[in-house]
Design a binder for this molecule. Structure first.
Ligand code: HEC
Ligand code: HEC
Length: 484
């Protein structure tokens, strides 16, 4: 999917025309604009705001994603922005002289009852969004308010009310989700502050409970399950009663926020090593001239960043598209092993084994209290300095308690296949590792064992427990504090 270098300039030329603005609405009780990330704010002003001639991070981001009052539909993104796909069957003049186009829908779709805009995908008006003055849902005749000099022709394809789905998604999101997940999807809504675990910050595109391979994004089905059933044992509620079309719109909006956040991170990553405030200051300190650094930045914005603005979008689109394909799905190569005492005993052996060492985090009896929960972990964000508190941390820097498996409460679903996926892919963003190289039969034995833990009268009652003493040795990566 990624573009060959020679095609890039071409794609860039068409880039902004492929972004359609979506009509505004202002029912928001919260912040009315998207917040920029700390990464963006840490850049020197010119990198952030742009120079006279060239856009910086904020503009590149806003041009493609807009703000909550005026969302934008960047065609490149694999998002169902909503609206009906049609094509022009006939172009006529009305009595008043304005243009009337007769539209027909693609097979399997129907014309909407109301229509506010027509967005052209092909033809001379490609990329243009035109207001509809009058709409006849029966005949498909739209009287267009005003168009540029370009000729519309039969065969042009266009979308009626493009972005309608995203606007609906936004409205529902603001009502049901934003007080926890925040307007920008940063997990920082007004009620989030005292929650553990914190509401997900969507902006780095990392989701924990998914049925896809460890390196893949969450699929639409994964997000859908989470929103339908909630996450047991956390503040994430179930929205099972939401209507199907509303549910769909909200999922697309979560994906939109996630892509926006990731796109921002990618842009910042292009600039931060040379043009963050800190990098700039140390360059000046080491004798470089301010004017020269800013000149170089201006050239970087004009050439490199403009170019990568397109290709980063392609990469992002590809990873999200792949998540919904078979290629990304975790499919056990063997059916579930029969849930027998032998299978559970084998599962427990593996659980305690030196290679898998689940007990290191989850504890010998599964209570979530293994040695790693009392060790002090290194903080990668602070040059490997130790955290002040013992225990594991997730990538959002929150304390990440291994699950207490005695409770039988699983955040990512309690079906055997859910646990299979959790063990196979790990839990992204958390310290629960992926065991994708473990044979699938063995994973099923572990699943059988894990599911039996809440019902055991004593650890290992399902079979003979192997000696656990050697299985719980603290690995070299963790530094255990020495008593003073
Ligand atoms: C009362 C607060 C609250 C509300 C309201 C809420 N969430 Fe959440 N949400 C959370 C918390 C807390 C988590 C993190 C749970 C965890 O890390 O185990 C979460 C996690 C998620 C995740 C991440 C799942 C994963 O696999 O990583 C998604 C997606 C999500 N919420 C979507 C939504 C949507 C969509 C809505 C509105 C329809 C919503 N949430 C409403 C608190 C909330
Ligand atoms: C390095 C520490 C670590 C190791 C090793 C580890 N886990 Fe975990 N595990 C965690 C953490 C942390 C969580 C909680 C993640 C979260 O929800 O953010 C977790 C969560 C889980 C869950 C809960 C899933 C859910 O849906 O709630 C299961 C089941 C689980 N682990 C099983 C295992 C098994 C089986 C092994 C060994 C094959 C294992 N873990 C190894 C740290 C670990």
């Amino acid at each position: 999917m990624s573009l060959t270098p020679s095609l890039k300039p071409l794609a860039l030329a068409g880039l902004l025309s492929a972004v359609a603005a979506i009509g505004g609405c202002s029912d928001s009780a919260f912040e009315s604009s998207f917040a920029y990330s700390e990464g963006t704010l840490s850049l020197v002003r010119e990198a952030r705001e742009g120079t006279k001639a060239n856009p910086g991070v904020k503009k590149l981001l806003d041009d493609r994603f807009g703000d909550p009052q005026q969302l934008k539909a960047w065609e490149k993104m694999p998002i169902d922005f909503g609206g009906a796909l049609t094509s022009v069957a006939e172009v006529k003049q009305s009595e008043s002289g304005s243009q009337v186009v007769k539209l027909t829908v693609e097979e399997g779709q129907s014309l909407p009852a109301k229509a506010g805009t027509v967005h052209f995908m092909t033809g001379a008006c490609e990329g243009e969004t035109v207001q509809v003055a009058q709409w006849n849902a029966k005949t498909g005749e739209a009287t267009l308010a005003a168009i540029s000099g370009n000729e519309i022709a039969a065969g042009d394809s266009c979308v009626i009310d493009r972005g309608a789905g995203l606007s609906t998604g936004r409205m529902l999101y603001m009502r049901h989700c934003s007080h926890c997940h925040g307007t920008s999807g940063d997990g920082n809504g007004p009620t989030a502050r005292y929650m553990t675990p914190k509401p997900r910050d969507y902006r780095n595109g990392v989701f924990k409970f998914k049925s896809t391979n460890d390196m893949s994004k969450a699929s639409r089905d994964d997000l859908s399950r989470i929103v339908k059933y909630g996450i047991p044992g956390t503040y994430m509620p179930s929205f099972l009663l939401m209507k199907d079309d509303e549910h769909h719109a909200i999922i697309e909006y979560v994906r939109f926020l996630s892509m926006r956040g990731e796109y921002e991170r990618k842009l910042v990553a292009e600039l931060s090593s040379d043009y963050s405030q800190t990098a700039y200051e140390s360059r000046v300190e080491s004798g470089e001239k301010k004017a020269e650094i800013l000149q170089e930045l201006d050239e970087f914005l004009a050439e490199d960043l403009k170019e990568s603005a397109g290709s980063l979008g392609d990469d992002l689109a590809e990873t999200w598209t792949t998540a919904d394909t078979e290629e990304a799905a975790i499919v056990p190569s063997v059916p579930r092993e029969a849930n027998t005492p032998e299978s559970r005993r084998r599962g427990r052996e593996l659980y305690l084994s030196k290679t898998l060492n689940c007990a290191d985090c989850h504890g010998i009896d599964g209570a979530g209290n293994g040695p790693q929960t009392i060790a002090f972990e290194k903080n990668p964000a602070k040059g490997d300095e130790l955290y002040n508190e013992p225990g594991l941390h997730d990538i959002w820097d929150n304390l990440n308690q291994p699950r207490n498996l005695q409770l039988g409460m699983y955040r990512g679903g309690r079906r055997p296949i859910d646990l299979f996926s959790r063990i196979h892919a790990g839990i992204q963003g958390s310290r629960m590792p992926s065991f994708k190289n473990t044979p699938h039969e063995d994973i099923w034995h572990i699943v059988n064992y894990v599911l039996s833990i809440p019902f055991e009268t004593e650890p290992g009652a399902t079979g003979v427990a192997p000696s656990a003493a050697e299985a719980v040795a603290v690995p070299a990566a963790v530094t255990v504090p020495v008593a003073e």
